[in-house]
Unconditional design. Structure first.
Length: 93
């Protein structure tokens, strides 16, 4: 569950909550590759969360992901649509 989502400079910063505490989790961000031809352009991203953690403690953890690889050429701002997050995000660069 997303607790907080924000863009700081070129990073997408997420605070997520999950059950765990004694095993490994793998968290990554993936983008669809599609660019919506709107003004500004839009990109679609999602969180991949692999939980190999059988414990049930309530964990709240911060993650940060570099957004610079998903910039769109010849524009300085794009909108990001994050799956399971209601608000659209604005990434200025």
């Amino acid at each position: 569950i997303f607790k907080k989502v924000e863009i700081v400079e070129d990073c997408l910063k997420l605070t997520i909550q999950y059950g765990g505490g004694c095993g490994d989790v793998e968290v990554n961000i993936f983008e669809s590759g599609a660019i919506a031809k709107s003004n500004p352009p839009q990109r679609y991203i999602r969180l991949s969360f692999k939980d190999n953690d059988p414990c049930e403690a309530l964990i709240i953890k911060d993650y940060s992901f570099d957004l610079s690889p998903i910039r769109v050429n010849n524009v300085g701002v794009i909108k990001l649509n994050l799956t399971d997050w209601d608000a659209q995000l604005e990434y200025s660069y």
